[in-house]
Design a protein around this ligand. Structure first.
Ligand SMILES: [Zn+2]
Length: 265
């Protein structure tokens, strides 16, 4: 797959359109909200944490993260941004917390930390350790209280665009700061073309096909229809582009199950 770039003529048309919107701004509807940053699980690459949402939480859309013996474990920036609060509220509320400004009105909060590893004004990227899990403030045991906010209001949390579980407890595996967040594979069939589907299953519509030997970039993996293919029986499906999925049973990836560091769709 190749990224599609705007050609120069299209880019000029877009620029001209933007200018016209500016000039006649009072006559056109407000621009749509800017796209959200790609937030990732706020722990180092490959770690799995139990994340709980509950309607009685304050604020309601926050996630509390736990894992065994988590006190002192590193907490990392969920997306690139600028640290704009490093605050200790003592024995109340968030206790020690960090806030990161991601631009376009988006902030993330990391609360009940045992200590800080950043200061206000610092730029951070994926995987940057900002502090450590603790139980400061209004907390009855070590955990990370995590929020995403838009224009000050807490929003339902998404990781890599996927909505968190509301309401309940789910295991989230971090792809944050991994050296590579895509995998590569090679289609291997007995010779026939492999059907590309619009979703992770044989019931989804065919949207293309790939020849035996084709190289693919795998952006994320998920479970779908169980398929028996060249590499045995598997319910794993690989997303190889927008609305393009192939059965992992026909793809050589070097791994029997999910590929480490490649996110779940
Ligand atoms: Zn909480």
């Amino acid at each position: 797959m190749r990224d599609r770039w705007l050609n120069p003529v299209a880019a000029r048309l877009v620029a001209a359109g933007a200018l016209m919107l500016f000039v006649v701004g009072v006559l056109v509807p407000a621009a749509p909200a800017m796209a959200a940053p790609t937030f990732k699980v706020p722990f180092p690459c490959g770690q799995s944490w139990s994340g709980q949402t509950r309607s009685g939480h304050s604020p309601a859309n926050a996630i509390d993260f736990n894992r065994t013996n988590d006190a002192g474990d590193p907490v990392v920036a969920s997306a690139p941004g600028t640290v704009d609060r490093v605050t200790d509220l003592g024995g109340s509320s968030y206790g020690k917390y960090v806030r990161i400004n991601h631009g376009n009105g988006y902030h993330t909060y990391y609360a009940h930390l045992s200590g800080f590893n950043v200061s206000v004004g610092q730029s951070v990227g994926y995987g940057k350790v900002i502090g450590w899990v603790g139980s400061t403030g209004n907390s009855s045991g070590a955990h990370l209280h995590y929020e995403q906010r838009l224009n000050g209001a807490d929003i339902k949390i998404r990781f890599s665009g996927t909505l968190a579980l509301y309401w309940g407890t789910k295991t989230y595996t971090s792809g944050n700061g991994c050296s590579s967040n895509t995998g590569s594979g090679t289609v291997r069939t007995a010779g026939a073309n492999l059907t590309v589907r619009s979703g992770p299953g044989t019931g989804y519509s065919a949207v293309g096909s790939l020849a035996n030997g084709a190289s693919v970039t795998i952006h994320c993996q998920t479970r779908g229809t169980t398929v028996t293919g060249t590499y045995g029986t598997s319910s794993i499906w690989n997303r190889i582009g927008a609305g393009r999925f192939i059965a992992d049973a026909y793809v050589y990836t070097g791994h029997d199950g999910f590929i480490p560091n490649v996110p779940r769709c």
